[in-house]
Design a protein around this ligand. Structure first.
Ligand code: GUN
Length: 297
């Protein structure tokens, strides 16, 4: 392997330590404790794991964690009533509704019912619009984590060619906006893109967020490029059992890239760290206090 490994786990630990320090200062100087409410509807096993992990890390940085677990058949009216209640609760600075929601619930309606100032996922249409127009917003956690690692590795991203593979609202589109905000020349590629290999080969920065295991081979990557792998896919091992892989073929890409994030231990740990950072940011804004530097876009 020739690429430098970008250690998301160490990075996330550093972000959490910075958040914890700010939380302590907020408590000592102002008597304020940031609070994050997480809403889980139903019993999706992967969502349960994420929500548990979020709650644990929230408490570890000194914030209050409020968990709301609702039955899978909860009505839209009841869910919206809970969101209303959290919107007006001064102890709650961040609200996250875990996705996906059960099929009978309208995700857009639910997300857009969250107070944009408490929308720590950055999914509300107001935050999407603010980000797209370069205004102060809440920034989606996974793209924010990717941006932080890219800035730390490169310093300035200005003038770099970036390709984002994947056009989801959660990762691809906001990632492209953030890279554009940092003056990259950005291409968003997707399942209908012609000559994807050629598009990727031109890029100094590749962000893969398609949800297809090991889709990007090393011979698509420009020598020395930085590869950020957002994918988390579980695949069968030939010898039995399963393992986690990303959207890029790590072994072949690591022979060509200048730097690469591993899976696991790359982007994944940064997502929750950025959720905590966003909750801290939301709390500072709600109280008219200066925002922490380096923890927002
Ligand atoms: N499900 C998978 N990723 C996410 C995320 O970033 N936020 C929420 N709310 N749900 C998710």
């Amino acid at each position: 392997m020739t690429a430098q490994l970008i250690d998301g786990k160490a990075f996330a630990a550093d972000v959490r330590a910075q958040v914890a320090q700010h939380v302590k200062t907020l408590k000592d100087a102002h008597g304020i404790t940031p609070g994050l409410a997480v809403v889980l509807v139903g019993e999706d096993p992967a969502s349960q794991v994420y929500v548990r992990s979020k709650g644990k890390q929230t408490v570890e940085v000194g914030m209050n964690s409020f968990e709301h677990k609702l039955e899978a058949d909860t009505s839209e009216t009841d869910l919206l009533a809970l969101i209303d209640q959290l919107n007006s609760d001064p102890a709650v600075h961040g609200i996250l509704v875990q996705l996906p929601l059960p099929g009978h619930l309208n995700e857009d309606l639910v997300i857009n019912a969250i107070d944009p100032a408490k929308d720590v996922d950055g999914f509300h249409i107001s935050n999407v619009g603010l980000l797209g127009t370069g205004q102060k917003s809440m920034v989606p956690c996974t793209p924010l984590g990717c941006l932080m690692m890219l800035r730390a590795h490169h310093g300035s991203l200005s003038g770099m060619d970036a390709v984002v593979i994947g056009r989801s609202n959660i990762v691809g589109k906001p990632m492209a906006q953030l890279l554009l905000g940092d003056s990259c020349t950005v291409t968003i590629a997707h399942s209908r893109t012609k000559d994807l290999a050629d598009v990727v080969r031109r890029a100094d920065i590749v962000v893969a967020a398609v949800g297809r295991p090991q889709m990007v081979p090393g011979d698509w990557v420009k020598p020395g490029a930085t590869v950020i792998d957002v994918g988390i896919n579980r695949i069968e091992k030939p010898e039995g059992g399963t393992r986690l892989v990303g959207d890029v073929d790590f072994d072949s890409c690591a022979e060509v890239a200048g730097a690469i994030t591993p899976v696991p231990g790359g982007v994944g740990p940064m997502t929750i760290a950025c959720l905590l950072a966003n909750t801290l940011t939301a709390c500072c804004r709600a109280n008219g206090l200066e925002e922490p530097q380096g923890l927002t876009a």
